[in-house]
Design a protein around this ligand. Structure first.
Ligand SMILES: Cc1cc2nc3c(=O)[nH]c(=O)nc-3n(C[C@H](O)[C@H](O)[C@H](O)COP(=O)(O)OP(=O)(O)OC[C@H]3O[C@@H](n4cnc5c(N)ncnc54)[C@H](O)[C@@H]3O)c2cc1C
Length: 394
């Protein structure tokens, strides 16, 4: 029976950060993970370049039933702290857009950095190690693993969410939470493409590959970023962002040309280029394929001069405030994150420890804190991992 101070379940972003901080404090730390290699999600993140943080991180960039829960950890471990670590390891980086920081070379740079830090802090890492049962028979936790039984004074659950199951993602963290009496906010796929089953699916399929700058809204929430038509529906940053807010059975609104008032432009065209066809006018405003397919789908056409204002208004609305009813999402198969998770009301925002189970901590994506697209989810993983690593057994 191996006896340790801190056992971390999950060698992802949050688990490794926690292990490093706890190890630096002189605690004996073991990280176990059933995957072949650590931090696989870091490896594939940001298109292989890992959008490792966002300079403009604020609590407003996170969704949670308790929006204040993330404040303390984010305040104590900021994007600048992580950037300092990246620079100390001489990892070249750049700001892509909107405060999003990426590696110049590869996401592996971040993984190597974390593994070097973990080694320096004396952290042990067991990969390809599964665990079957967790219990707390006395003041310690017992964990049955494929490498034998472990006894630990503190247990940190950093197993992430079930997004991308083919990479080894599971919802085991929720099971552990429930076992110890903690509530779990129902998880759902987030930052995920939206799918359609009506005529819009046919339209999206025809337009697959076309992308535009768009404003996508759901209720009062709106994002202006890229939108991409796919064979199944809609994707691209603006759609992924809104997917975290969207709820089944409700429509989203898309402005395919936020920089222009299409009705006003067509009305002006009616006077200045009356002989011009509506489709030609639209092709001057939108990508040609998009203008053609929208015109075909909605039956737009004919000389501008012949169009009553009412018709032009309808045409403008179809482009500036296109209402669509998604049938669903692509699900966990492609979702970048999982919304919901361990209910924060049962956790300390300072240490991520369960209020009623001393020594049990939850960090990273398994917790009901989910970031917007743009490096915020890693910043939460670093900040929550850091908070737990600093406080565990303190
Ligand atoms: C394609 C993709 C791209 C992304 N890009 C970005 C990005 O650029 N920027 C950003 O901020 N966020 C990005 N994210 C989100 C980000 O990867 C996650 O939010 C982050 O990895 C969560 O960290 P974590 O440590 O909580 O969980 P994870 O990184 O998921 O780590 C959990 C670990 O637990 C292990 N585990 C799970 N179940 C078990 C089990 N039963 N037994 C043993 N081990 C287990 C897993 O193998 C894994 O190693 C992306 C996600 C995806 C899927």
């Amino acid at each position: 029976m191996t006896d340790i101070d801190v056992l971390v379940l999950g060698a992802g972003a949050a688990g490794l950060m926690c292990a490093i901080e706890a190890g630096k404090r002189g605690l004996s730390v073991l990280v176990i993970d059933h995957a072949k290699r650590p931090a696989e999600k870091i490896r594939i993140s940001g298109g292989g370049r890992c959008n490792f943080t966002n300079l403009h991180t604020t609590p407003a960039n996170f969704l949670s039933q308790n929006p204040r829960f993330c404040v303390s950890a984010l305040k104590r471990y900021t994007p600048q702290h992580f950037l300092k670590l990246v620079e100390a390891h001489r990892i070249p980086w750049h700001e892509k857009t909107l405060g999003q920081l990426f590696c110049d070379n590869a996401a592996m740079d971040i993984i190597h950095m974390l593994l070097r830090e973990a080694e320096a802090a004396g952290v042990k890492l067991w990969m390809e190690t599964s665990f079957t049962a967790v219990s707390k028979p006395d003041d310690r936790f017992s964990v049955a693993t494929s490498r034998g039984a472990l006894r630990t004074r503190a247990l940190v659950v950093a197993t992430g969410g079930p997004s991308i199951p083919k990479m080894g993602a599971t919802g085991i963290g929720y099971e552990i939470a429930k076992q110890f009496g903690l509530a779990v906010v129902p998880p759902r796929p987030a930052l995920v493409p939206l799918t359609f089953s009506d005529d819009n699916k046919i339209l999206c399929t025809k337009l697959a590959g076309v992308s535009v700058d768009a404003v996508v809204s759901f209720g009062k929430t709106r994002f202006r970023e890229g939108l991409l038509f796919t064979h199944r529906g809609l994707s691209g940053p603006s759609v992924l962002q809104i997917s975290s807010y969207w709820r089944e059975g409700q429509p989203i609104t898309v402005d395919l040309l936020p920089q222009a008032d299409v009705f006003a432009a067509l009305k002006a065209g009616k006077t200045s280029h009356g002989k011009q066809d509506v489709r030609t006018a639209l092709a001057g405003l939108l990508p040609k394929r998009l203008a053609e397919e929208l015109s075909a789908a909605h039956g737009f056409g004919g000389r501008l001069a012949d169009q009553p204002d009412k018709v032009l208004q309808k045409t403008g609305s179809a482009i500036n405030s296109w209402q669509l009813l998604p049938a669903g999402t692509e699900g966990y198969r492609t979702a970048e994150v999982t919304l919901g998770g361990v209910d924060t009301t049962a956790l300390s925002s300072r240490s991520m420890e369960a209020n009623d189970v001393p020594g049990l901590h939850f960090i990273g994506e398994v917790v009901d804190v989910t970031g917007h697209l743009g490096g915020f989810n890693f910043q939460w993983a670093w900040a929550s991992g850091h908070a737990a690593g600093q406080a565990v057994l303190g």
